[in-house]
Design a protein around this ligand. Structure first.
Ligand code: NDP
Length: 241
């Protein structure tokens, strides 16, 4: 299916690695203009992808990014709020620092970038925002109270923004993709036996690839998803059936 995403201007936080990077590459192949953001610079072999430094925990950096993109292109058609981290521990061992660090990146970080770009889309009267939440935000997980709270919050904000940004008929769509376990750097610290357990919990008997989540994100960004807003799309191999 042709997503007809050519020339759309799309910002991706967490665009330098994992799911965000795969999404940037897919969109650039479809000839979108992509701003792939993260704290550490990286190279891309597609000239449609521009790296932009960004720490999502700093709202002023989100505003600067928006202004730079608008200076060059006068519009932002899509936003993927993907940047996220983990700092796992059982609750009795989880430090306040690790709780706050995860909330600051995964919850406040998504709030910051959407606060910077969502109102611009309202003024334009078009735009698609895709947040990246998690199966853990829907069902919880041992050792991830901080992460689960952040992702449940992302889902709640997504639904709030779907209402807020189109309350006067602006047509801005806001959706979330909730991945299961996807083979990226984020899973590097997870022991092999746990990964095998997660695999066994899926109906497809395997973990996901970042490209599979990129496909779902690209669809939601595109006009092919023109009647979908406020939705949380599970992409977890049937983990919770
Ligand atoms: P990776 O660790 O591979 O990539 C994380 C990305 O986020 C990097 O580009 C990183 O770049 C960026 N990032 C982290 N902190 C910040 C920050 N403060 N400001 C800006 N960018 C930041 O993770 P994944 O690709 O696996 O995860 C992407 C999203 O998907 C996350 O929100 C994650 O919670 C979610 N997810 C992942 C799952 C999985 O199994 N992998 C499952 C469910 C959800 P840099 O470090 O340079 O800043």
């Amino acid at each position: 299916m042709d997503l007809e995403i050519k020339d759309k201007v799309i910002v991706i936080t967490g665009g330098t690695r994992g799911i965000g990077r795969s999404t940037a590459q897919l969109l650039a192949q479809e000839e979108a203009i992509v701003f792939a953001c993260g704290r550490h610079s990286t190279d891309f072999d597609n000239e449609n992808i521009h790296y932009h430094p960004l720490d999502v925990t700093d709202y002023s950096q989100c505003v600067n990014l928006r202004d730079e993109v608008l200076k060059s292109y006068s519009r932002i058609d899509g936003l993927v709020a993907d940047a996220g981290i983990t700092a796992d521990a059982l609750t009795q061992k989880m430090t306040e620092e690790d709780f706050i660090k995860v909330i600051n990146t995964n919850l406040l970080g998504v709030f910051n970038i959407v606060k910077a770009i969502g109102p611009t889309m309202q003024v334009q009267k078009h735009g698609s925002i895709v947040t990246v939440s998690s199966v853990v935000g829907e069902y919880g997980n041992i050792g991830q109270a901080n992460y689960a709270a952040s992702k449940a919050g992302v889902i709640a904000m997504t639904k709030s923004w779907a209402k807020e940004f189109s309350r006067k008929g602006e047509g801005v769509r806001v959706n979330s993709v909730a991945p299961g376990y996807i083979l990226t750097d984020m899973l590097k610290s997870v022991p092999e036996e746990l990964l095998q357990k997660f695999e066994g919990m899926t109906m497809l008997k395997r973990l996901g690839q970042p490209e599979e989540i990129a496909d779902t994100i690209a669809f939601l960004l595109s006009d092919r998803a023109s009647y979908i807003t406020g939705a949380v799309i599970d992409a977890n191999g049937g983990m919770r059936l």
